[in-house]
Ligand binder design. Structure first.
Ligand code: TNX
Length: 625
């Protein structure tokens, strides 16, 4: 979060007004301010509200009076009348800057675009809900009388919480759409449309926006209601700038909105391809812009382990690398040098914090007991030494890649790893995979044979379920629920309490798991796997095991039907981004968008509100990775 927000106003008298809002909890005594601006102060300075300290080229510094105390939520205005030039574009004011505290520290500051003093006002146009550029579509839109030219900014006025949320959504908009003006400013010239907000009895995460009398009023429920209202307004402002023929800001009427599902997830496989921290953060931003709220971070798989675990340093020293000299040879997309990369626990905290600010919980996935080829490569003691090598193969072709439920070390390893994961990730579900163990795994392990004899457990899947039930108990002792793919129900399965399963192999699987009593997230390969090819053309990239998935199929899929079990147990929907084929960012963007936007809309908007034509028009404008 930014501790300060910095707006600037251009006055036609030739003065530039700098307005700093203190978004922190603390009163700040005698702050200074620096910024870089191409519209420069001409010596000698003629400033009001602050004392000119120094300038070097575009660097400027001003100090407040020594007795000045800037309370939390309060604003400090400095107006400079002596300038080298008249500003004629919004990028000619401060581009960057920060508050300098008397302690010598710098306060994190968000800087908006320079605003012109007299915002343009225009006359009206027609009524239609289609001109509100929001995605996912809001549940009820009843507005009219659009601005012929949407103003660049809205002035947000209210308490500290509202100022913080608005500044945060402006910063998010800037990251995703850097070429349009930020939607919300906290100081503006007279005549700028004002936005106010109040909390109300609306359900959690819901909101309403009223446009009337030249002002905008938000009312919102608890949770993310205010944030979602501001994101909707930010989208309307942004798309009115980007495509003014199609989108505009209304002057009259009301939007009321609430999410359809509690879980609106997006998954990212960072094992098959490693994506740098910045891309992961951007993925989280894009999710927030779509009002998605659960990031499923697939951190481990056969091809690479991506999370620092203090108890097992070789997981990141060795298991995070493929290459000619590594235990995992170069796989999909890497040259002979292989691929390496992982996130430190500090990196993970960075993602968790940014996601948290944007209303997103991060669910980590540590894929167990299968998909562990790189793990046993780094720690071969996890294998039963008497088990024949390559005695079974996973569907992806890895030999002996599953931790063996007959070995104590499998439990020690999993508990130590999951213990660190529980400490690191605050979200109450930890996903432990459970998928795609070969159906003959461990059947040639003498240790597994002995265990089966002793316990009467039969075959791979009963052994697997035994192991997973143990993990479920362990996680419960740490106050967490277990998450896993649908195979967690095999072989007798894990307990239905404190458990969330992800149905993926077929469209029917969601209801089957719900009928078996499991809470379930619907993510069928046939609709929501964004690695599936979008057409049957030879040159169209993607996987094919679940068929061809054009965006129309993703968009029209409905996870919910009349099943009473689904009414009780369907917790939401999720898009999965498996990365075997996503070898370049161009491919990622080609395959993930706009299908991820379609899933976001399925998670938020009731079936009656869906309309492919409307969706397609706005989906084109949504940000890419
Ligand atoms: C199945 S979905 C997998 C992944 C692959 C994906 C490719 C699941 C639980 N397992 O390991 O990446 O298919 O579409």
């Amino acid at each position: 979060m930014h501790a300060f927000h910095f707006d600037t106003l251009w006055h036609h008298s030739g003065a530039m007004e700098m307005v700093v809002t203190n978004l922190s909890d603390d009163t700040v005594v005698a702050p200074s301010l620096y910024y870089g601006s191409i519209t420069r102060t001409l010596m000698p300075s003629k400033a009001e509200g602050g004392r000119f300290v120094r300038r070097q080229a575009n660097y400027h510094e001003y100090a407040a009076d020594e007795t000045m105390a800037l309370a939390s939520g309060a604003q400090w205005h400095v107006t400079e009348h002596s300038l080298t030039r008249a500003a004629v574009h919004s990028n000619e004011g401060p581009k960057s800057g920060a508050i300098l505290l008397s302690s010598g520290e710098t306060g994190k500051t968000f800087v908006t675009d320079l605003q012109a003093a007299a915002p343009q006002r225009n006359e009206a146009s027609e009524a239609s809900d289609l001109r509100c550029g929001v995605l996912p579509q809001a549940q009820n839109i009843s507005v009219e009388n659009y601005h012929a030219q949407t103003p660049p900014h809205l002035l947000v006025r209210g308490d500290l919480n509202l100022q913080r949320e608005a500044s945060k959504v402006s910063a998010l908009t800037r990251r995703l759409h850097p070429l349009v003006p930020v939607p919300f400013v906290l100081a503006a010239p007279q005549g700028t449309i004002e936005v106010s907000a109040k909390s109300s009895e609306l359900p959690d995460d819901s909101y309403a926006i009223r446009f009337a009398g030249g002002a905008i009023e938000i009312s919102h429920g608890a949770g993310q209601g205010l944030f979602y209202a501001l994101v909707s307004l930010a989208q309307m402002m942004t798309y009115a700038q980007l495509d003014p023929k199609t989108y505009a800001l209304p002057r009259e009427g009301e939007i009321s909105d609430a999410p359809r599902h509690g879980w609106r997830g997006a998954h990212l496989d960072v094992s098959r391809q490693f994506y740098k921290l910045g891309k992961v953060l951007r993925y989280v931003d894009i999710m927030a812009w779509h009002k998605m709220n659960r990031f499923h971070w697939h951190l481990t798989d056969d091809e690479g382990w991506r999370l620092e675990i203090k108890a097992y340093p070789k997981l990141t020293e060795q298991a995070s690398a493929t290459g000619m000299m590594e235990s995992i040879l170069p796989q999909l997309g890497a040259d002979a040098a292989g691929q390496r990369g992982f996130y430190t626990q500090d990196d993970a905290r960075h993602v968790i914090d940014q996601a948290g600010e944007l209303g997103i919980e991060v669910m980590p996935e540590i894929d167990l007991p299968g998909h562990c080829a790189c793990v046993v490569g780094a720690y071969p003691e996890l294998l039963d030494t008497e088990e024949e090598l390559e005695s079974y193969h996973s569907v992806q072709g890895f030999g002996n890649n599953a931790l063996n439920p007959a070995m104590d070390l499998s439990y020690t390893f999993s508990e130590k790893v999951l213990g660190e994961v529980c400490d690191l990730f605050p979200f109450d579900v930890v996903h432990v995979g459970g998928d795609e163990v070969a159906d003959d795994a461990w059947m040639k392990s003498p240790k597994a044979e002995a265990m089966m004899k002793e316990t009467k457990l039969k075959g791979t899947f009963e052994l697997q379920a035994h192991f997973l039930r143990h993990l479920q108990q362990f996680l419960a002792s740490r106050g967490k629920s277990i998450g896993g793919w649908e195979e967690m129900a095999h072989g007798g399965g894990v307990k239905t309490e404190n458990c969330l399963l992800f149905a993926w192999t077929t469209v029917e699987k969601t209801a089957e798991l719900a009928e078996a009593g499991y809470d379930v997230i619907s993510t069928p390969g046939q609709a929501y796997y964004l690695d599936m090819a979008q057409s049957s053309d030879w040159c169209e990239p993607g996987a094919s095991w679940a068929g061809v998935t054009p965006v129309t199929q993703t968009y029209s899929f409905e996870a919910q039907n009349d099943s009473p079990a689904l009414a009780k147990h369907l917790k939401g929907v999720q898009g999965c981004v498996w990365s075997e084929h996503l070898t370049t960012m161009e491919r990622v963007n080609h395959m993930v968008f706009p299908r991820l936007s379609a899933i976001a809309e399925a998670g938020w908007t009731d079936a009656e509100g869906k309309d492919f034509g409307r969706f397609e028009t706005i989906a084109r404008l949504m940000p890419r990775l």
